[in-house]
Design a protein around this ligand. Structure first.
Ligand code: ZN
Length: 236
């Protein structure tokens, strides 16, 4: 039997086995929780074998979309960059557009007054993306911090190229602005990960337990983030 990789989800609400494609994670098999893991995997794999054509078509489509995430990374008019995990083309806003940089229908709109100056476009886009990263981080932290019973003191948005985030003992959560380019599920996983460090320093069992209580598939999301890293890092 030819095997496709999948994520097994044992759900108390599921009444029967089903397959679904999560655009960010890939193939997911949802099974009733009462099935033991071993039996669930046997049944899922037999089921997948009967639907290989559909699975392969769907996975190929996702691979194409992920490649599209690669975009060209050019922060200039005509460039294509990822935002919230999707390719967005940078265009000059229609003359009726008022105000600053905006986002609509897969496009990032640049006000006409700055569109002719590539250096200004790059600077303004960069600070806009940093502000968006901060706003999204604040929203997520407002949800997760009380739930996880931690009290972060401040958020720092930087451009750490080697790490997505870090948490320091004084309660500072540092995050790369590039997380706003990534799928929101990945951004969220980094937030939960860093907040969990306010409860537990290392990556030991206690830390894992905190993370998994609040984001059970954190490792899957982190792996996706690592796969996308080249595309996200290419934006400049
Ligand atoms: Zn960590």
């Amino acid at each position: 039997m030819s095997l496709r990789s999948y994520t097994l989800i044992r759900s108390p609400r599921a009444r029967r086995l089903s397959l679904r494609i999560n655009p960010e994670i890939g193939l997911e098999a949802v099974v009733p929780e009462r099935l033991g893991e071993e039996r669930a995997r046997r049944e899922v794999e037999a089921f997948i074998a009967t639907r290989l054509a559909w699975v392969d078509r769907s996975l190929a489509e996702i691979a194409r979309r992920r490649a599209a995430l690669g975009t060209d990374g050019r922060m200039e008019v005509g460039g294509v960059i990822p935002y919230a995990g999707r390719a967005h083309t940078i265009v000059v806003a229609p003359s009726s557009h008022r105000g600053g940089i905006a986002i609509a229908n897969g496009e990032i709109l640049i006000p006409t007054v700055i569109a002719r100056d590539p250096e200004r476009v790059r600077m303004r886009l960069n600070s806009w993306l940093r502000r968006r990263a901060r706003a999204v981080a604040e929203q997520m932290i407002n949800v997760y911090a009380p739930e996880m019973r931690v009290e972060p003191q401040r958020i720092r948005i930087g451009d750490q190229s080697t790490r997505w985030g870090s948490a320091s003992p004084d309660g500072t959560i540092s995050l790369s602005w590039r997380l706003v380019l990534a799928p929101p599920s990945c951004f969220e996983a980094v937030i939960v990960h860093e907040l969990a460090h306010l409860r537990s320093r290392g990556h030991g069992a206690r830390f894992r337990a905190v993370v998994e209580r609040h984001c059970p598939d954190e490792l899957v999301r982190m792996r996706l983030l690592q796969r996308l890293a080249p595309a996200l890092g290419a934006v400049r």
